[in-house]
Design a protein around this ligand. Sequence first.
Ligand code: ZN
Ligand code: ZN
Length: 413
Amino acid sequence: MSEATIPFADRLDRLGEVAVRIGLNLQPGQELVVSAPLEAVALVRRITEHAYRAGASLVTTQYSDDEATLARYRFASDDALDHSAQWMADGIARAYREGAARLAITGSNPTLLNGQDPARVSRASRAASRASREAMEIITRFDTNWTIVAFATTAWSQQVFPELPAEQAQARLWDAIFASSRLEAPDPVIAWQQHNAALHAKAAMLNDRRFHTLHFTGPGTDLRVGLADGHAWAGGSERTTNGIDCNPNIPTEEVFTTPHSHRVSGHVSSTKPLFHQGTLIDDIRVTFEGGRIIESHAGKGEDALRRILETDDGAARLGEVALVPHASPISDTGILFRNTLFDENASSHIALGQAYTKCLFDTEGASPDDLASRGANMSMIHIDWMIGSDKIDLDGLHEDGTATPLMRKGEWV
Ligand code: ZN
Ligand code: ZN
C-alpha cells in the first residue's frame, strides 16, 4: 500500500498505536499521564484507546492552549510569572514515582512567544522548571517509561510551509511526520524493531571504542567534547530502571552519550535555528573553556540565549552529545521542522544542561556527587541545539591523541 492510499484516520491510528506499543511499551495495569496541545485531541483519543487496550489502569490528559499561554504573558503581572502550579507538578512526580508512564505530544506554535519580553518569558520558564524538577529527574533517570510524539497543529504547519494554504501545509507536515516516524512500513512495529537494532549496534560500536574525546570540525566549528568517565552510548529503545524497553522519541535517529562537564573546549556554530519554548534563537556561536561557555553570540534571540545560559550553574555546560548522519529519513525530507524533536534527529547536536544518568555505565547506588565527579552535568534545563551538517567532520580521539575518523561530510565513515 502506498502512503497516499492509507486514509488519514488510519495513519493517525497507527501513530497512536506506535506511540503506545513502541514509544511507551505500556504495561498492563500501568497509569498513563499525557500532555498535549488542545488541537491534538484526535490523536489523544487514538492514544487513549490503544492505552486501554494495552491494559492501562487510567489515562489522564493535561491539555495546553497557545491562546491561554499568550494571555498570561500579555496580561499577568511580573510577579505572577514567578508562580507555578507546584501542587500539580508534585502530583505528576508522585504518579511517575508510583509507576505511571508519561506521553508528551509536541506541536505547539514554534514562535508563539516571539515578541514577548524575554525577561518575562525566562521568569515563567524558570518557575516552571523549578516546579517540575523532581518529575524531570525521574524522566532523565528513566525510572519510568516515557515518549514524545508529534501532532501537526495549524500554527506549526503554517510556520513550516508558509507559502502553502493552511490545509495543504498541514497535510504536508503530516506526510513528513508519518514518513519519518516509520508508519508507512507494512508493519510499523517490525520496522521499529529493526530500526532499534541498527541504533543499538551503532551505540555498541561506539561503546567498544571507548573514545576519550569527540572532535568536530567544519565551518565556524572546531570543538573538542571530552566524554564522561565510564560514559555509555545509547540510541533507539531504552530500558527503564524497572526493566521496560521504551522509545523516548518518535521519531529518533540519534546515538548519544554524556560529555564531561569540565572537558569541552573550542568553538562551535549552530547549523539550524533553535526554537525554544516559543522563541527563535538562530546563528548561535559559542566558545567553551574548561567545559563552560565563556562567550556566546546569536544572530537572533541573543538575549534569550543569554538568559538560558544564566538559568543555573549547569546551564552553560553540556549534558549530551548526539550523533546523527546527514542522510536520514527526517533529514531527507529537506524540511526545517522548527521543532526540536525533528530537527535534533536530522542533525548531530549538543545539549546544554542536565545529563542522562542512563548514558553512564555502573551508576547503581551512585550519589549525585559521584556522578558529577565522573563528569555528568546537572541543571534544571536540557536544551538540544544542532551543530551537524554535510560540512562537518568528526574524529574520535583516544587519550593518547590518536584519532579515528567517525564522520566525513556529515556521514558515518
Ligand atoms: Zn539528543
Ligand atoms: Zn537532548
